[in-house]
Design a protein around this ligand. Structure first.
Ligand code: TXA
Ligand code: MG
Length: 321
């Protein structure tokens, strides 16, 4: 038995907030049964109280304890992809407190596949609620060090599970008339999902006033350094006043006097590798404090390129003032 896992279990049982690794990103976790601990998650993250949390359970066999009236396609998806980076929004059972779901009658549930967190859940007799371990609107953490930089002294323990294998948050699916709707693009590609349940639809991204998943807010996942997503990169570079630019790309670097460094996410054009490196690279660029802007090129819009483009678009989104 791993001493660190036991320590994380100890704090969770004492209704404390601890950081946990998952295959997607790190989470800030607490038992779903402590309202005080859950409130603390919102405070630590500075998260709006209308944004509900994902509940992490041990396995599919537990699903019916926490959700009800589960559509057939939800079972198909869970069987295909759990444990793994798929979250499903389902009608909640009475075992899920209202403070987890921001008073909605639905609950977001997933079974994480990270070995360390699987073992942690084996030591607990309650599910854990965990949003991503970053302050609201900041880039998600994919290493224990990222979590430490964000939250040292605010939580008693960080369970280190290495760097996250996927590096992007889970894909979130809800159901309308039992048909799947994508609420958030993520580490499980649409192509893989459609192989199991056929064509899926997408929630209207412009519905930002009262979004089904507040993770759909356009401004999200943003680095501190001004971020630009540009299709016409040459003309952007000619016109911009920035002089020290970090270029963020897939595999091809760009040579230009204003580009001081190229940050390439996968030299062999591998989407999985690029996704895994995305947040860590944004955090690294921020931490160097020497670039006045980041400029990125959109990825090919297929496979995980779709989820990567979604995050790049959000990083570049400017609130209208
Ligand atoms: O990969 C992940 O999903 C990570 C790891 C830690 O599991 N968690 C994560 O949590 O990304 P968070 O809180 O950063 O994003 C959860 C998203 C939010 O956009 C939230 O609005 C949405 O899930 N959500 C949660 N409950 C919901 C519900 N009942 N209906 C609709 N959306 C919901
Ligand atoms: Mg998040």
């Amino acid at each position: 038995m791993n001493k660190e896992i036991l320590e994380a279990a100890y704090w969770l049982k004492k209704n404390k907030v601890v950081a946990i690794p998952t295959e997607t990103v790190y989470g800030l976790a607490a038992t779903i049964y402590s309202e005080k601990a859950i409130k603390e998650i919102y405070i630590i993250k500075n998260r709006p109280s209308n944004n509900p949390l994902i509940v992490h359970i041990k396995s599919l066999t537990e699903l019916e304890k926490y959700a009800q009236n589960i559509p057939e396609k939800a079972y198909l998806l869970a069987t295909a992809f759990w444990p793994g980076p798929l979250t499903m929004v389902l009608e909640k059972s009475d075992l899920i407190p209202d403070y987890i779901t921001a008073n909605k009658n639905t609950v977001a549930i997933r079974v994480p596949s990270h070995k360390v967190t699987q073992e942690l859940l084996d030591h607990l007799d309650f599910p854990i609620a965990a949003p991503s371990a970053n302050p609201s609107n900041c880039v998600s953490a994919t290493t224990a060090q990222h979590v430490k930089n964000y939250f040292e002294h605010k939580i008693p323990f960080i369970l280190d599970g290495g760097s996250c294998e996927k590096g992007l948050e889970s894909t979130i699916i809800g159901f309308e008339n039992s048909q799947p709707i994508i609420y958030r693009l993520g580490a499980l590609s649409i192509e893989k999902i459609e192989k199991i349940v056929g064509t899926v639809s997408f929630v209207d991204k412009k519905a930002t006033q009262n979004p089904l998943a507040p993770g759909m807010f356009l401004k999200h996942y943003a680095p501190q350094t001004p971020f630009h997503l540009e299709t016409e990169i040459t003309s952007f570079l000619e016109q911009t006043e920035y002089k020290n630019i970090a270029f963020l790309g897939f595999s091809q670097s760009i040579t230009h006097p204003k580009i001081k460094e190229n940050f390439l996410l996968s030299l062999n054009n591998n989407f999985e590798e690029a996704a895994k490196n995305l947040y860590a690279t944004l955090i690294e660029i921020d931490s160097q404090h020497k670039f006045d802007a980041i400029v990125a090129l959109p990825f090919p819009n297929t496979d995980l390129g779709k989820a990567i483009n979604d995050r790049l678009t959000r990083a570049a989104y400017k609130l209208k003032t």
